[in-house]
Structure formats: structure tokens, C-alpha cells
Design a protein around this ligand. Structure first.
Ligand code: UDP
Ligand code: MG
Length: 305
């Protein structure tokens, strides 16, 4: 019996020693073998050196180091691909996901759940902007077809070996792991927790990375935006027709009124056209990524494997 813990780390030198201590303390209480797989996602600070020191002292620590920064989902994917435990736990390294919750997750797993995911009942120390966008995003995602993706969850979860194998076998490049796990349909159970503030350091998720993750979430689980131009087109055509009829009936209003309305309509059409083009571009870019078939990440170094 063995547990694998996957911990992505990007420029986390401030928090790493503390999160290692807390993780180790918790895993030692479980009484089974375990491995702590740290994935260094191209950090430019002392993260890799710290990980090397830890790996030299503690055989439980394994390190995968990327050649550059590939992103959080990619780092977690690499850790999952190297995990050999019967249960795999995915946890952030900033202690916003409390390691002390792991034993409760294990209990639910032993009771038959294949996925035990952390459900954030409250978020501490996060900006109103982040809370609000997260709230709105999950509603949009679900409305667009990701019904099975639970709101207020992150990647903090325990997954059974078979779930890990299933996700590892999904070849998509733009990875939205929490959605993929939910999509798999395996028996999932929530476990509530309060999302604390970061123990140290700053968020490593820039707005750009956040937007990419949000886009991946929608584009990998819904084709509906692709069909939106059709609805917009039909609506606009009907509108234009109605306008034509009205203009004919009320013929006689001043020429400038008509010019203004025409102007407004033309801009409206052009706007709708460009939005549609943009949506196509979004999906096309993703198809291009998939077709290129490049690896999801590149490993520079592995330690203790
Ligand atoms: N992370 C990563 N690569 C990145 C960005 C983040 O591996 O490009 C890691 C980071 O070290 C942390 C986890 O992903 O362990 C979550 O990041 P963060 O805490 O910065 O995100 P937030 O909690 O603010 O959404
Ligand atoms: Mg965090």
C-alpha cells in the first residue's frame, strides 16, 4: 500500500520548507508507504536547490524538474504520470490546501469514493475580484455544458489509481484536470475545507495564466460557443428584416434618423462578425495545438526515481 502526493512548485522557496514539514508530518501518521513528488515548474529562485537538499535527506521525496515554466496543470500532469501509489493526492505547495485534510480524504477513499475533492466553503485572504470571477466562472462553465464540474473546487483532491490512469491516458494538450476528473464519471465525493491564505510568497497565477485556465475549461468541455454565431446570425437577420418592414411602414421620418439607425445596425453586425471570428480563432488555436502533438512538458531532471 502506497500513497503518492503530487506537489507543483513554481518559485516557492519561501513556503517550500514549511509545506514539506507539514506534508511529511501528516503522511507519517498514515502508517503506510508514501512518495512526495515535487514538480519544479521551471522556477527561477532557489526552489530546485531546496528540493535537491530535501531529496538527498529524505527518500520519500522525488523531484521532477521541467526545462522551463510550463504551467500548473502541466506540472500536476507530470506528477500524476510518475505517481506509483494506489491513491494519488494533488495539493498546492503554498498550504492554501491544508495537508491535514489528507487523512479524511483517505477515509472517504477507503469507504469507496474514487475521487475525493476539496470543496472550498470559504476563501481567506483572496481579493474580491478573484472570488467574484471564480463564482461567475463556474456558473458560466456549468451553463455551457460542464454540468458535472462542481463549483468552488480546485485541483486539491485524492484520486484512485484507476482515475489517475484514465487521466494519464487522455492525450489533450490544453489540460483542465478538475474538469477531466469530473468528466470521467468515477464516483466523486466532496470534502469541505476553508481555503486559507497563502502561508508565504505571492500567487504564481498571473491574470494571463488564470484566463488561459478559464479558456481551457470552457473550450475543452463545451462546443456551444462555436455554435453561438449561428444564433447571433439568425437573430440579427430577423432584426434587420423587422427593421426593413418598419422603415417601409413608417416611411417619411427624416433621412438622418435612418442614417443613424443604419450606422448603429452596421456596427452591430460587424461587432457580431468579429466576435464570431474570435471564437473560431480560439478553437482553431486549440486544434492547432493538438495537431502539432508536442509534448505537454519537457523534463530536464529527475531525482530519486
Ligand atoms: N504553479 C506552478 N506553475 C505555474 C503557476 C503555479 O506549478 O506556472 C503552482 C504553484 O507553485 C502552487 C500551485 O501551482 O503550488 C498554485 O499556484 P498559486 O498558489 O500561485 O495559485 P492561486 O492559489 O493563487 O490560485
Ligand atoms: Mg495558492
Amino acid at each position: 500500500m502506497k500513497y503518492s502526493v503530487v506537489i507543483p512548485a513554481y518559485n516557492e522557496q519561501e513556503v517550500l520548507p514549511l509545506s514539506y514539514q507539514r506534508l511529511k508530518a501528516v503522511m507519517d501518521t498514515l502508517g503506510d508507504d508514501y512518495e512526495l513528488i515535487f514538480v519544479n515548474d521551471g522556477s527561477r529562485d532557489g526552489t530546485l536547490d531546496l528540493l535537491k537538499e530535501m531529496a538527498a535527506k529524505d527518500g520519500h521525496v522525488r523531484v521532477i524538474s521541467f526545462s522551463r515554466n510550463f504551467g500548473h496543470q502541466e506540472a500536476v500532469s507530470a506528477g500524476m504520470a510518475h505517481a506509483s501509489g494506489q491513491a494519488v493526492i494533488i495539493i498546492d505547495c503554498d498550504l492554501q490546501d491544508p495537508p491535514e485534510l489528507i487523512p479524511d480524504m483517505v477515509k472517504k477513499w477507503e469507504a469507496g469514493a474514487d475521487i475525493v475533492y476539496g470543496l472550498r466553503v470559504r476563501r481567506e485572504g483572496e481579493t474580491v475580484f478573484k472570488k467574484l470571477t471564480a463564482w461567475a466562472y463556474y456558473r458560466i462553465l456549468r451553463a455551457l455544458g460542464g454540468q458535472y464540474i462542481p463549483a468552488n473546487t480546485g485541483d486539491f483532491r485524492l484520486i484512485d489509481r484507476k482515475v489517475c490512469d484514465t487521466l494519464n491516458a487522455m492525450p489533450e494538450r490544453n489540460r483542465f484536470l478538475r474538469g477531466m476528473a469530473a468528466w470521467s464519471g468515477f464516483k466523486a465525493e466532496p470534502i469541505e475545507f476553508v481555503r486559507e491564505e497563502r502561508a508565504a510568497g505571492q500567487t504564481k497565477y498571473s491574470l494571463k495564466k488564470m484566463l488561459k485556465l478559464a479558456g481551457d475549461g470552457i473550450a475543452s468541455f463545451s462546443n456551444r460557443p462555436l455554435k453561438a454565431p449561428m444564433a447571433i446570425g439568425i437573430a440579427l437577420t430577423v432584426l434587420a428584416f423587422v427593421y426593413l418592414v418598419l422603415a417601409a411602414v413608417f416611411a417619411g421620418i427624416g433621412i438622418w434618423d435612418i442614417v443613424h439607425v443604419l450606422f448603429a445596425l452596421v456596427f452591430c453586425f460587424i461587432g457580431a462578425l468579429f466576435i464570431s471570428l474570435g471564437i473560431f480563432g480560439l478553437y482553431l488555436g486549440r486544434i492547432y495545438d493538438e495537431v502539432k502533438g508536442r509534448p505537454i512538458y519537457i523534463i530536464d531532471e529527475k531525482i530519486n526515481f
